[in-house]
Write a protein that binds this ligand. Structure first.
Ligand SMILES: [Mg+2]
Length: 157
């Protein structure tokens, strides 16, 4: 199991990282439980504008990943004000909410541009998971160097 010493917070992408469609990525619920057990604060984030916040929370809950004690953040509202993606302002908003310094926070996601490049621009450490939209060519093209490359979120800790 991979882990980075000194982490004080985790930002977890939802679509493609915790959920595959409406089903949990195998081991995702257990990984979230381990974060809770270690008292590592975390936030769920999603870029999706296709379904309302409550629907994302319900999908997580149905998949065995209760969302009530981890704020569900949306990038969409910030993206409307920020040119281009990934949105550094979005991550900075999540960091304020977590109460952590960027260098102590790990962003976990399946999208190398939004999650890894975006997270790194905000000063966070990053973990790329090989689920969801992950593609090796996209990783190579991006020039990004995630701190962790994981088969799935189940390998986080
Ligand atoms: Mg994703």
């Amino acid at each position: 199991m991979a882990w980075i010493e000194g982490l004080r917070g985790v930002i977890l992408d939802v679509d493609g990282t915790l959920l595959d469609g409406d089903a949990a990525v195998p081991g995702a619920a257990e990984a979230v439980s381990r974060l809770r057990a270690r008292r590592i604060p975390f936030r769920f984030v999603t870029n999706t504008t296709r379904r309302p916040r409550v629907a994302v929370a319900e999908a997580l809950s149905r998949a065995g990943i209760p969302a009530e004690d981890a704020a569900l953040e949306y990038a969409a509202g910030v993206e409307a004000e920020v040119i281009g993606k990934p949105s550094r302002a979005f991550y900075e908003m999540s960091l304020v909410d977590l109460g952590c310094e960027a260098k102590d926070v790990l962003v976990v996601g399946d999208d190398v541009e939004n999650d890894c490049v975006g997270g790194a621009m905000a000063g966070c450490r990053t973990a790329l998971v090989r689920t969801g939209k992950f593609e090796s060519p996209a990783l190579a093209r991006s020039g990004a160097a995630p701190d962790l490359l994981l088969d799935s979120v189940a390998d986080l800790l």
